[in-house]
Design a protein. Structure first.
Length: 328
């Protein structure tokens, strides 16, 4: 800074004011200082400036791994929205969803200096009283039941599942089978609850629930069970990856889609339109989830009180994997 001041013919204080964007600096002086910075290759110390301002322009994200499509696309949306708002993102992925791991992640983010934290949680962890988080950190949660403790942003899982079931019933199917995600997932739980509720409201038989782990392999195993059920004519699968496995199993067992069995997925991954047949699915608006998360963070940082749950609507995307039940 002293070298810049000497070259520009100004005081070090003036260089500091230019570095901090002080609007009171005369434009001709600012131009001389910026030119001197350029000549000397000077870059302001962002960490020192952050400490002085009391903000770091960084958002931490803690996520339960990067293996699921939902987590990756949500993270991508948060990062993009944060960048547009002038914030960097620091990611801490967790191998196991334990209280100690979450506390450790907060400690690490505190060391890395972030202004707020977004948690992408799929497990029943934040609703346990034993988990205490740093009181000074602003927190927003994705996909959790942390209502009352932290603001929550989520896809409207129940609305999406109801739309899928309603679509199949409207096509004329007597009932709808379901391949659910893992028990520890909030999203899977909400989709399964909505599937059962929609059937009961219509007075339809509720088939036994089949469960997978979000992978195509687990969907394939469930698909073999479905293929063996002659009365199964429609199935709602909790994500597109498992739906891919279901489609493969039905094909191998000679059950045609949609002539013999209609299949609906959830997520609308990029490859869904290239499945054979192209998959009818519930589209999640991950971009909107990311925007709303960052919006909640920025509002908290401005001192606003942010509470409750914001649900992002879903849309059914109809393709060739569903149709009216074949008669006879």
């Amino acid at each position: 800074m002293a070298d810049v001041a000497q070259l520009a013919g100004v005081s070090s204080q003036t260089v500091s004011r230019v570095s901090n964007g002080d609007a009171a600096v005369v434009e001709s002086t600012r131009a001389k200082v910026l030119d001197a910075m350029k000549q000397l290759g000077y870059r302001p110390n962002s960490a020192a400036r952050a400490l002085k301002r009391g903000e770091f322009r960084a958002i931490g994200v803690i996520t339960m791994g990067l293996s699921s499509t939902g987590n990756v696309r949500t993270l991508e949306a948060i990062a993009g929205s944060a960048s547009r708002a002038g914030y960097a993102v620091t990611l801490i992925p967790l191998d196991a969803p334990t209280q100690d791991n979450v506390k450790g992640a907060f400690t690490r983010l505190d060391e890395l200096a972030v202004d707020a934290v977004v948690l992408i949680m799929e497990v029943h962890l934040l609703d346990t009283a034993a988990l205490t988080l740093p009181p000074h950190v602003k927190v927003v949660v994705v996909d959790s039941d942390a209502t009352g403790r932290f603001p929550v942003v989520d896809t409207d899982q129940r609305q999406g599942a109801r739309t899928a079931v309603r679509h199949l019933l409207d096509l004329g199917h007597a009932t709808v089978w379901h391949v659910a995600g893992p028990e520890e997932s909030f999203a899977a739980g909400r989709r399964a609850e909505a599937w059962e509720a929609a059937l009961r409201e219509e007075g339809r038989q509720v088939p036994p629930l089949l469960r997978g782990d979000w992978t195509a392999e687990s969907g394939y195993e469930a698909g073999l069970r479905i293929a063996a059920e002659a009365d199964c004519r429609a199935v709602f699968v909790a994500n597109d990856q498992m739906a891919l496995g279901v489609l493969r199993a039905l094909h191998e067992q000679g059950r045609r889609v949609p002539d013999d069995v209609s299949v609906v997925g959830f997520d609308d991954i990029a490859e869904a339109s290239s499945f054979i047949p192209p998959l009818t699915t519930v589209r999640q608006d991950f971009a909107r989830v990311g925007e709303w998360c960052v919006d909640a963070v920025l509002r908290e940082l401005r001192g606003e009180t942010v509470t409750g749950v914001r649900l992002v609507p879903t849309v059914l995307v109809e393709r060739a994997s569903t149709g009216a039940p074949r008669r006879g």
